[in-house]
Design a binder for this molecule. Structure first.
Ligand code: FE2
Length: 262
């Protein structure tokens, strides 16, 4: 049997390389989810614990909307540039991902749904929907950590499939954590279509499965892409931690502002 080192490389069997790449990829992605599970971050529990007077402040809600929508926008825009999915069968699968975000009934999109959900709890929206455009312009409105995530999404999504997998594997976890934390204060929030459509139709679980399946197919054909795929997934997951860290700072700053006014 072939091994990874020394003279035995001569016996290297290409089927084995492909199987190794796919197995390594799947186990690494699950380990990544364990290490970076968004709901473990303090932001979500501190948001749930905020006094209503703070969490209902339109300026605070506007800040949370801007950061979260910016991060989501970055991934939704970047997914149009995913590499390696160019044959007709893979383009069809890619199209379904676009439709799930941007092709909702009645011309709706996840972006519009999310902004409506925040308007309905009283947010003072700082950046109107159509102002979410180029990554660079958007970064001028953002803190350093969220801007880093936004720039990285643009760069990495077009380079390998790893960052897309990392985001899709983690998205149901953070969407549930966000809905539950806000629902402590605004019970209708988790029933907004942005959340309820996703949860009831298991959209994010489907995206997680689809991203892993499609990427495994690509790696089976091109096992040499494994290292880059895993490295980029890790960079994206680390940058996503930064977004939750920054949102936690938004929460703590709101607490301090309130304390100074009292
Ligand atoms: Fe998704």
């Amino acid at each position: 049997m072939a091994t990874h080192g020394g003279l035995a490389l001569k016996e290297w069997d290409s089927d084995e390389v492909e199987a190794d790449a796919v197995n390594d990829f799947k186990s690494e992605m699950l380990a990544l989810l364990d290490r970076h599970r968004p709901s473990r971050m303090p932001f979500f529990r501190r948001l749930a614990a905020l006094p209503f007077a703070i969490v209902s402040d339109p300026e605070f809600l506007g800040e949370v909307h801007l950061v979260y929508q910016a991060a989501m926008h970055a991934t939704r825009a970047a997914v149009y540039y995913l590499p390696h999915l160019d044959n007709p069968a893979l383009r069809k699968r890619k199209l379904q991902i676009f439709i799930d975000d941007d092709g909702l009934a009645g011309g709706d999109t996840h972006h519009y749904q999310l902004s409506r959900a925040f308007r309905n709890i009283g947010a003072n929206i700082l950046l109107e929907d159509e102002e979410f455009g180029s990554h660079e312009e958007l970064c001028q409105h953002l803190d350093a950590e969220t801007a880093h995530f936004v720039r990285l999404a643009q760069k990495l999504y077009s380079r390998s499939l790893g960052p897309w997998c990392a985001v899709e594997v983690m998205s149901v976890d953070w969407m549930k954590a966000l809905a539950e934390a806000f629902a402590v204060h605004f019970p209708a929030f988790e029933h907004e279509p942005y959340f309820e459509d996703c949860f009831s139709q298991h959209v994010e679980e489907r995206h997680a499965d689809e991203s892993l399946t499609v990427t495994a197919m690509v790696l089976q054909q091109r096992p040499e892409l494994l290292a880059e795929t895993l490295r980029d997934a890790k960079m994206m997951a680390e940058a996503l931690d930064g977004v939750w860290n920054n949102l936690d700072r938004v929460v703590q700053n709101a607490r301090r502002r309130r304390a100074r006014r009292l």
